[in-house]
Design a protein around this ligand. Sequence first.
Ligand SMILES: [Zn+2]
Length: 94
Amino acid sequence: MEIATHRGEKKEAPKKRRISRNLTLIKCPHCGNDREFLEVADNVILTTNYHQNNDGSFTQEGDESQIMGEIKLYCAECNNDLSQFHSRFLEMLF
Ligand SMILES: [Zn+2]
């Protein structure tokens, strides 16, 4: 719900939210890293569409992934599990 950003919509509420978001960075409580993060998804089904050309070669036409399992967020420095911040991470993903 808050993932989508609609520019040009009502200005008041999003503005307030953005300010409060910027005040707190996600920070690894274990090593203090607040820059590098890993998102790991379990049970991902990758589907890729290919078109076969007349010369027998294939051209990729698109792909989609379906995540069936859990998605976790880790600190890229010490691999500490930061999944408690994952919803916030998604909110701040642009
Ligand atoms: Zn860490």
